[in-house]
Every structure is written in structure tokens, then in C-alpha cells.
Design a protein around this ligand. Sequence first.
Ligand code: 2YC
Length: 284
Amino acid sequence: MTRLLTSDIEKIVERMALHEKELQVLTGNGMVTIAADAAGVSVRSLFPWMQGMRVGIVPVTTGLGIINGFSAAIEGILDFMGIDCFVTEQTDVAGMIEAVNNGAQQLFMADDVTCSLLDLKTSLSADNSICTGKGFAAALAMKSGSLKDKVVSVLGVGPVGCAAIEYFLSKGAKVAVYDKDADRLEALQGKDGVIICQSRHAALALGQHYFEATTASDTITLADMSADTFVAAPGMPLGITQEAFEQYQANIIHDTLEIGVASMVTCLMAEKAAFMQKHQQFAS
Ligand code: 2YC
């Protein structure tokens, strides 16, 4: 997983409204609609749950420490979604206690390995990598129209790529996958709908659309692109060459945190709704 730099995220808050417009032009939908699709539920069904949220964002100093601007970026994204949230003054465990003492119903925390949104009432949690994979897969499906019987090339089959693969397979697509880590490819061997490729080019040659979830920065070039090739690229840094990005910007969905964080909210609240309804049955 790539550790973001302040330069990757410092413009997120001021660009939220512009990014929302970009997503609407790119996919026909705004960020929350994309994220709700990633969670497999309607925006309407999520509203009461999102309105009941109060998220304590707790800066975490472990490992390589705090990223200046990270907590503020998370707060900006949640604010844009209309979610009650605050960044704690204190960090780490003291920050968690401060959040709970200030009525937090959920905690948002990230160290160098995991970035999670935890619901305190149900102990359910949403993982940034998995939700990012679902969110960008949903955005690509919206952009490309039905993926049924289409082939999507997936570069990078870590947690983000694998979550996207599940989404594409659930929509009746096939996936042509490549990862430089042979063990990750091996783990997908024999899975229905998955075509294991031995090179990036082989995977890109088979797909009408692309999903880029690697930590490399030049996996998709101008020669790989065409006017009707759409790309969802959650990978950081951007896995598409500058010249390809400039020529096909209208075909490419990319951001550094927004879609993934919005999808963490919708996936957690969808899971919480199902959990509470199930327990309601037992309670009533
Ligand atoms: O400021 C803080 O609280 C830091 N501990 C945050 C570290 C986040 C490290 N992870 C990342 O930069 C990326 C993000 C996209 C989320 C997942 N990985």
C-alpha cells in the first residue's frame, strides 16, 4: 500500500466541489452515489444511517507517523458527505478516548498498514483498500455501461485489485489479471471468470477497460489506450503515463482518497443496517 504524501492530499478539501463535478462528468454520478453502488445499496437507504454517524478522526503517530493534512482531508471528505465528524486534539490511544468522550459513534484511524472506519456500537469496520477497490470498480462500471460479458484488465491484485475483481465478476464480467508478484497471481489460479496473464501487455490486450491498482507509475501508456477504453486508477502514484493521461483524461477515473473514504462510509453503514435489522428481529 502506498503511503500518501502531503502533496497528494493538500488540495482535496478545496477541490471537493470540483472533484464532485469531475465525477459526475466522468461517470454520470456523484461520489456518494458511486460509493452507495460500491456497497450494493441505494443512497436513500443509507441516509438515516449516515445522518446518525458521528466520526472521531484520530491522528495516529505509529510507524512513519502523522501525514500533515491527512486527518484534515478525511474531515473534508466526510463534511462534504454531510457526516458529523471531528479531528481529535490528541493522537493515538488518548485521541480514541477523547473521541469517545466527545460522543463519537465511529472512529477513523490509519497507520502505515491499515486505514479503517470502526463502528463502536457493532464493532463492524470498513477497510480503505477493500472499499477503494469496490468504489473504483463501481465508478468504472458506471462509466462503461454494463460490464456483462465484457473483459476488464486488472493490473495489481493486492487487496484493492482483488476487491475490484469480486465486483466485476459479480456483474458478469471476466477479468484478465496481472501482478508482478507471482504468488498473488497463483492465489487466483482456477477462479471462475479470471484469466491469469503473464505480463502487463497480455492483460491489457484482453480487456476493453482497465483497472489499475499497482504502486508503479507507468503501467498504462498511450499505446495501450483508445477513445473507448475507460480506466479506473486508484493506484498511487497514478499508474498511467503523463502523455496517456493528458490525451485520455476524459476516460480516466483517479483520486487519492475521496472515492475510497466515501466507500468506507457506505460499506460500513450498509453492513450496520443489515446487522441492526437482523438483531432487531431477535430483539422484537
Ligand atoms: O496522519 C496519520 O494519522 C497517519 N498515521 C496516516 C497514515 C496513512 C498511511 N496510509 C496511506 O497513506 C494510504 C491512504 C490512501 C489510506 C491507505 N493508505
